[in-house]
Design a protein around this ligand. Sequence first.
Ligand code: PGA
Length: 257
Amino acid sequence: MSPEERRFFRLQIALAPQVVEDAEALADRAARTLASVLRRKKSAIVALPTGRTPLRLYERLAILRSEGLDTQRMRIVSVDEYLGVGPEDPVSLFGWLSRVALAPLGVTEDRVFRVPAEAQDLARKCRAFDRDLERRGGLDLAVLGLGWNGHVAFNEPGARATSPTRAVDLAAGTLERNRRYWGGSRELPARAVTLGMRAILGARRILLLASGSEKAVALALALRGPVTPRVPASLLRLGRLTVIADRSAASRLSHVD
Ligand code: PGA
């Protein structure tokens, strides 16, 4: 660990999340935050998550678009994909993002940077991906859901603040939850590619969304515990982080101070 990392790891910042009533209010607040970024910079580079948490956010954004918000010029970074899974595969996370967010927001393929997921020559492609993102000035905004064990994108426990975009092993609990999400009808790859913590922490703004009581412990650890690779979401405190949580997700914050 470098001296700089050690210094970072000693940081103990008690962050105040924006706590809203429920998942609807969370989506509304998150959509307004994203819209304010897009009003300042129409071609902002925005990382968008997959999962249950951002579903309503994408619906809200589509409504804002119908009311005149220019969403179609933003540039999107997809944050994760199962290893070896192409966009046409029914379990592709990029395919999901295309259907649920990109199509309704009018974002075309040429404005999307997908994390590479083809097994061949992957390490080199991941390095090229990070370099390319950096050359374009990095992320203007990273929107992230909070994983059950504190993961963000697929940066599972053990990820470091300097971790690049790379292939990772998924935690057993993550696989199990994701299998349930797809109806349990099919085995999912146990490896995936994730946008690295380094690219996420370099974002000009990070927006972490936490919804539901299943996230309460992870959120408490992320915001009130030590900044540690054991809880990747805690590393977000090293960046310019805004947290929006609903009441259920925020319910354990006071217990761990
Ligand atoms: P969820 O997933 O939004 O489906 O809860 C979040 C995550 O695992 O990153």
